[in-house]
Design a protein around this ligand. Structure first.
Ligand SMILES: Cc1cc2nc3c(=O)[nH]c(=O)nc-3n(C[C@H](O)[C@H](O)[C@H](O)COP(=O)(O)OP(=O)(O)OC[C@H]3O[C@@H](n4cnc5c(N)ncnc54)[C@H](O)[C@@H]3O)c2cc1C
Length: 416
């Protein structure tokens, strides 16, 4: 049984159903639906789509990106995506409204039974403490129901309701982020220079601890529509009681008028949500319950990317679950399931450990102030770290450093 039909849930449901497993996919909303996100995928995420057999061409409705454009102070840095054999050479963007709908449909096509408007309220456990099913409320009447299954896969996102119901808590020492976004229709995004890249603004200012640490983004969605947002670490005390929506407004008011990121061009409502980072909820497997994606705190502490990790964890979980279900219930199956936390740890653990240290350092205003004092413009270095360590962390002998050096040679003044 899979709880939550976001990227993690629909992906794992697809793989499992294709392998012949009877999959129940429970989702509290109804598709198609809005989902607050930046809507951007790096090549790492595109690889996951291709692995699923999805057509990622522009003809199929995906907006392609060649790399990141980083605007930092007076400088603009254009970084192509890493040239790695393990990843496609482009990123994509697409609204989560369409993206999640497409993934959920794929799961249904593969044979998963999708029950929408079904809100899981907690796990059912055996007297021995093993998760054997879930309790849920169904439909507008919120009728109580329960479902049983040999295994439950928690893909319920940042709320992690299932994990909490069996006492798997968030590790408060690990980073947590927060992000807000708004769609705009903007003439700036008819410009070919602007299109073709996912754009990040280094918006940190060492003199103002309230602004630290974070970045802004503009991810084009085609037709002059753009997803503009602000992502920040929320570990630092200065972020408590912050009105993030106001922060986004304040920051966008400072962008040039002609970019058009103004109220009159806004589409829909501002949305915001938490980003659970750096494996901040573990263990990823315990007593019949597997945690995938955001439910297991799998957002990157370097750049806030979470879709690719959610889908990667889904691919791993599906392989492990298929092998485990082929074994007799008992210790042999348990041993097979233990492979899941090991495999996600091997894939992302080292990268996230490093990311957690990175988040700790940039989350300390004192360190940032010291940097300013000694004339070190750390905000100029952060984008390099983002790029150098994201997207190519799991590639053997990746060319991240070479790319950075090449990109440094192409630094240009920020167009005004
Ligand atoms: C503002 C913002 C911008 C972001 N931008 C990006 C970006 O550009 N690129 C990127 O890679 N990542 C981005 N992220 C992170 C990304 O959104 C997440 O990492 C990703 O959605 C995780 O996928 P998931 O399947 O684990 O969880 P989710 O996408 O959160 O899916 C969880 C699903 O479970 C359902 N659900 C929740 N609770 C229950 C319940 N009790 N019962 C039944 N169903 C339930 C939800 O309705 C949802 O469908 C952003 C996040 C935010 C907040």
């Amino acid at each position: 049984m899979v709880v939550g039909a976001g990227p993690a849930g629909s992906t794992v449901a697809t793989y499992l159903a294709r392998a012949g497993v009877d999959v129940l996919l429970l989702e509290k909303t109804e598709f198609p639906r809005e989902k607050v996100c930046g809507d951007g995928l790096t090549p790492r995420g595109v690889k996951q789509l291709i692995d699923l057999g999805i057509d990622t061409s522009e003809d199929a409705g995906w907006v392609h990106s060649r790399g990141l454009r980083i605007l930092t102070g007076d400088l603009t840095l254009e970084l192509d995506w890493p040239d790695l054999t393990s990843y496609p050479p482009y990123g994509v963007s697409r609204t989560r409204h369409d993206f999640d709908d497409l993934l959920a449909k794929l799961a249904v096509k593969a044979g998963a039974r999708l029950y929408e408007r079904t809100t899981v309220t907690g796990a059912i456990t055996s007297p021995a403490g093993r998760v054997v099913g879930v309790e849920a409320k169904v439909g507008p009447e919120r009728t109580s129901v329960s479902y049983r299954a040999p295994l439950v896969l928690a893909c319920d996102g940042v709320s992690a309701r299932l994990a909490l119901s069996v006492g798997i808590q968030k590790n408060e020492k690990r980073p947590m982020g927060v992000a807000v976004r708004q769609y705009y229709k903007s003439p700036r995004h008819d410009d070919p220079f602007i299109e073709g890249h996912l754009e990040l603004w280094d918006r940190s200012d060492p003199r103002d601890p309230k602004l630290l640490p974070g970045y802004g983004w503009a991810f084009p969605l085609g037709d002059g529509t753009v997803n503009v947002g602000l992502g920040m670490l929320s570990t630092s005390a200065s972020f408590r009681n912050t009105d993030y929506r106001a922060l986004l407004r304040q920051w966008l008011d400072g962008t040039p008028e002609e970019w058009g990121y103004r109220e009159e061009n806004a589409i829909g409502k501002v949305g915001g949500a938490g980003l659970p980072m750096g494996f901040n909820r573990t263990p990823h497997y315990r007593d019949g319950l597997l945690l995938l994606g955001d439910a297991g705190g799998m957002v990157s502490p370097f750049n806030g990317e979470g879709i690719s990790a959610a889908m990667e964890s889904a691919q791993i979980a599906a392989e492990v679950v298929v092998q485990a279900l082929a074994r007799r219930e008992g210790p042999s199956r348990e041993r097979a399931l233990e492979a899941y936390p090991r495999a996600v740890g091997e894939l992302m653990g080292g990268y996230y450990q490093l990311g957690n240290v990175f988040a700790k350092i940039i989350g300390k205003p004192k360190i940032m102030h010291a940097c300013t004092k000694y004339g070190l413009r750390v905000n100029k270095l952060l984008p390099l770290v983002y790029k150098g360590l994201s997207g190519c962390y799991d590639a053997k002998g990746g060319d991240g450093v070479d790319r950075l050096i090449a990109a440094l040679a192409r630094v240009t003044p920020t167009p005004r």
